[in-house]
Write a protein of this length. Sequence first.
Length: 277
Amino acid sequence: MVTAAAPAPRSTRPVKYPSEFYVNLVALIVTILVVHALYVSWITPTGDEIVAAEQARLKADPDYVPQRSFFLVINATEQEVEIIHFIWALLILGYKAVLVRRERKLLERELIHVPEGIKVLPEDAKDYARQLEGLPDQDKSSLVVRALQRTLDRFSSTRSIRDSAETSKAVCDSEADRLDSGLAMIRYIAWAIPAIGFIGTVRHIGDALLQAHKAVTGDITGVTSGLGIAFNATFVALMLTLILMFFLHQLQQAQESFVHDTDHWIDQHLIRHMQVR
């Protein structure tokens, strides 16, 4: 009699989050492909049609006032680059927000079990540290677990509650600095978008001035078209920067709040239970 083979056990290996470098790179590539495809297939053809129609009306009626259109505002190379940077920054912000939210959920769990009324002695620190060793790898790298581990190790070696509390605070402060430095790319993009807008303004003003000889003969369409595109580049850049900075400050506030809550969580769940004989 042949017995059926037992099914292979499912892997319990925790899901690892990719490094931020690869996330940023993939986000940039996807953003470039999607935005450029939209410009080639929709925005640029529609904008060119509107420009041709507006110029024809302006030639037929010198008193005609061109209408401001969304497609005209964003129909230029500089605006496309600005939008790519803007969406790329939003994707990075979203990824960082997901990481903060994931780690914040750990504060809702009972990572170490210290019953109310029970005191944690220096001799017990290693026993509580073993509770943390059984956590998945992705949880071990979180702020609260690292701070708990360092605090327990410090308490076991120095037998000082004050040193343990200072160790917890030092780990949280170091994490706050790391999170703040991780926003450097977003701050660069927030600086680069207006810079690209100014470059577009200067470039198109130069193109408009090249059409100045036509204005002498009464044909001002080239000058007005160039100046319109020039100022649109800066307009789009400033609008995108305002929106981006809002989300950047929201993320920064969420990170600072998370670090503060983690320090408070450790104080309430561990440090206040510590006692030295």
